[in-house]
Ligand binder design. Structure first.
Ligand code: PMP
Length: 398
């Protein structure tokens, strides 16, 4: 019956990870996958999460019932506070519909299904390049997808003029997917001044912004990293915001995130929520319990929330320190070359100016694994693996 089913080519990132595991070299370094590693090269368990687990410890012998389709109520409320601010007029007015989701991917899927059902004519626009699963999830939900110009390989930054020129041409009603911070895969972010130009343009063109926030707090502060969303609220816009707690709580396998839809008024938000619930129902009925409980405990406890803020800030600071060290060491080894873009880019990733052939050489000759696109996971660097990585990069760049 299944004779005609073809083998999928597989995910290029996950197959690199498999190759890495098989690699027997002692000095191998994996900078391909999007995981945050600490200075010791471990994916950390956050102290705030350990404490949240302690509080859950006396509940292990009771069964977990289904959560409601929209997820845990106090979690959803805490997420709104974190994203938009406790004092946000939109939060107080009850005009944001938030559902708990299976990570950021689940939020994208629920958002995509909902939008396609109500706006079947709308196409999706993503940055060139973007996280590949953006295209896969939206195409899977029935969207036709297009790219707007974004990354400028010459500068390692954003080609903002080309981006705006394209956005001016997008038909009203289309969905524009944007990264509020720590752009994946390039690390090239818009400045606040650029958001201030882009937001009125999106509004004037009557486009539907979909912000995808997977790294809040790893680029700058928690508040600064969500500048775009708060500015859109101030501009009185309706938009969608998916957020993931995979990286910033180091809760990858718990599959915890949220989708928020900012509406014009409370009554619309209620109708929206009812439709998001239907969308969840059609996909997987209701979300898992544990991740929401853990994040809920942390965000709703003053002490634990403070501890979490410190831990996220420390993760962001460690990544920035690694960027700085990589920049200094490469600039010393290759004085004629400009690596300034490493300092300007933000978050877990940088798009290094490397050809696929150079990426292959890094892997084959030096055991340094990065994506063939040139994407490097800065959060995989530490004081110990930096010297072999710098050696390998200096060799392929010279
Ligand atoms: N959006 C972006 C931009 C991401 O980089 C990721 C994670 N790689 C996600 C969404 C998905 O997050 P999650 O792992 O929580 O599904």
């Amino acid at each position: 019956m299944f004779h005609s089913v073809e083998q999928s080519p597989g995910d290029p990132i996950l197959s690199l990870v498999e190759d890495f595991k098989r690699d027997k070299r002692a000095e191998k370094v994996n900078l391909s996958i999007g995981l945050y590693y600490d200075e010791a090269g471990q994916v950390p368990q956050l102290a705030c999460i350990r404490k949240a687990y302690e509080r859950l410890a006396n509940t292990w012998d009771k069964p977990e019932l289904y959560l409601p389709m929209e997820g845990l109520a106090s979690y959803r409320q805490a997420v709104q506070h974190m994203l938009f601010g406790e004092e946000s007029e939109a939060v107080k007015a009850g005009r944001i519909a938030t559902v708990q989701t299976l990570g950021g991917s689940g939020a994208l899927k629920i958002g995509a299904d909902f939008l396609h059902r109500y706006f079947p004519q709308a196409d999706l626009w993503v940055s060139r390049p973007t996280w590949e699963n953006h295209i896969a999830i939206f195409a899977g939900a029935g969207f036709t997808t297009h790219e707007y110009p974004y990354f400028d390989p010459k500068t390692g930054g954003v080609d903002f003029e080309a981006m705006c020129a394209c956005i001016r041409q997008i038909p009203a009603g289309d969905v524009v997917l944007l990264h509020p911070c720590c752009h994946n895969p390039t690390g090239a972010d818009l400045s606040e001044a650029q958001w201030d130009v882009l937001i009125p343009l999106l509004k004037e063109r009557r486009l539907v912004p979909f912000l995808d926030l997977a790294y809040q707090g790893l680029g700058s502060t928690l508040e600064a990293d969500v500048y775009a969303a708060r500015a859109m609220v101030k501009a009185g816009m309706a938009f969608l915001l998916s957020n993931s707690f995979s990286k910033v709580f180091s809760l990858y396998g718990d599959r915890i995130g949220a989708l928020s839809v900012v509406c014009q008024d409370e009554e619309t938000a209620e109708r929206l929520l009812s439709q998001l619930k239907v969308t969840v129902r059609r996909n997987y009925s209701s979300p898992p319990v544990r991740g929401a409980q853990l994040v809920n405990i942390v965000l709703n406890d003053k002490e634990l929330a403070r501890l979490w803020r410190e831990e996220v800030a420390a993760m962001g600071a460690r990544i920035r320190a690694m960027r700085q060290s990589l920049h200094t060491q490469l600039s010393t080894r290759l004085p004629g070359q400009d690596f300034q873009y490493l300092l300007a880019q933000r978050g877990m990733f940088s798009m290094m100016k490397l050809t696929p052939a150079q990426a292959d050489r890094l892997r084959e000759e030096y055991g340094v694994y990065i994506l063939r696109s040139g994407r490097v996971c800065m959060a995989g660097l530490n004081e110990q693996n930096l010297p072999p990585v710098v050696n390998a990069l200096a060799a392929v760049f010279s």
